[in-house]
Design a protein around this ligand. Structure first.
Ligand SMILES: C[S@@+](CC[C@H](N)C(=O)[O-])C[C@H]1O[C@@H](n2cnc3c(N)ncnc32)[C@H](O)[C@@H]1O
Length: 295
């Protein structure tokens, strides 16, 4: 049997919950194709499911060694196992691939099945802060996804630009016709492409869960916003510390971390409310909705 066939059978066994059979087949696969990163990653998965943390860590380390771009997120898995330090950012290739694979069913799955409502919550926060007649000349939508945030804010904004790491998400955002400019780039590079004091609204709906350290993002937003501009975003909530990587491989941030960053970069903290923007296994995920005002 070829390596491909063994790998496919292993995935089937894992999907059926037979992780011992999956691990066995993957070890056979790797004897034939020792440099195959997806097989190492799947072996890490199987070993972790079997409670064999050390063997899982070894397999994830091999996956990373054979694919340094890390589109599978082996580094995050190693951090979750406590073997490596938490990375300040997830691998870009991992986020890109995750959302490229998710793009086609993003809206139905997230909105209908997981009751996702970050864009509507952020819009309500903006209108609470500025009143129902709020108008913005130039808004940025960081991690714009398919364009749900622009759909919420189109009536209030003369111009919205967006960016996203995932080409498949960007294709959908472009097709919405709601954006003047959409770039397939990391949001920090996108922010760097704007002149100082050139935008009056920056939005990020459920994006910073894929960004651990927010300091550089705050610095760039502080640079490009006009006086009185709003910086509005949702977070998954950590109860202590600064930020942490959760079991769900998303980052959560503490209220005190946001307040400290706001102060460092000269923003006034107008809103930092407890909200839940989506569910996970039927339970609301604890989050924060934040509105910062530029001086
Ligand atoms: C959960 S989706 C939310 C999409 C959109 N904001 C919405 O509310 O529908 C997160 C999006 O952020 C994008 N993303 C994550 N990290 C990013 C980064 N560093 N730069 C640009 N986009 C990023 C992902 O590709 C994904 O499309």
């Amino acid at each position: 049997m070829s390596a491909d066939r063994r790998y496919d059978y292993a995935r089937g066994a894992a999907a059926d919950g037979d992780h011992a059979a999956a691990a066995d087949l993957l070890e056979q696969t790797l004897e034939i194709a020792p440099g195959w990163a997806p097989a190492w990653f799947a072996l890490g998965d199987a070993r972790e499911a079997l409670g064999e943390r050390e063997a899982a860590a070894q397999a994830f380390a091999q996956a990373l060694a054979h694919e340094p771009d890390d589109s599978q997120g082996a580094r995050l898995r190693l951090a979750r196992l406590g073997v490596e330090a938490m990375p300040a950012q997830p691998p870009q290739a991992y986020v890109r691939d995750l959302f490229d694979q998710y793009a086609a069913r993003f809206e139905t799955h997230l909105v209908k099945d997981l009751f996702y409502r970050a864009p509507a919550i952020l819009r309500d926060c903006v209108l609470q802060q500025r009143g129902p007649d709020a108008r913005f000349a130039h808004a940025l939508d960081l991690g714009c996804g398919t364009g749900l945030m622009a759909r919420e804010m189109a009536a209030q904004c003369a111009r919205i630009d967006g960016c996203d790491l995932s080409p498949a998400m960007v294709a959908k955002a472009c097709a919405s016709g709601l954006y003047e400019r959409v770039e397939t780039v990391d949001l920090i590079d996108f922010l760097k492409s704007y002149e100082a004091r050139s935008v009056d609204l920056v939005l990020a709906a459920d994006v910073f869960v894929y960004c651990g350290d927010l300091n550089e993002i705050f610095a760039q937003v502080a640079r490009i916003v006009m006086p009185g501009a709003l910086f509005v975003f949702s977070l998954q909530r950590a109860e202590a510390g600064s930020y942490q990587l959760g079991e769900d491989l998303r980052y959560a941030h503490a209220r005190s971390y946001v307040a400290a960053l706001a102060a460092t970069h000269g923003f006034a903290l107008a809103t930092c409310d407890d909200v839940s923007v989506r569910q996970d296994r039927g339970q609301p995920v604890p989050g924060l909705c934040v509105v910062l005002v530029a001086p």
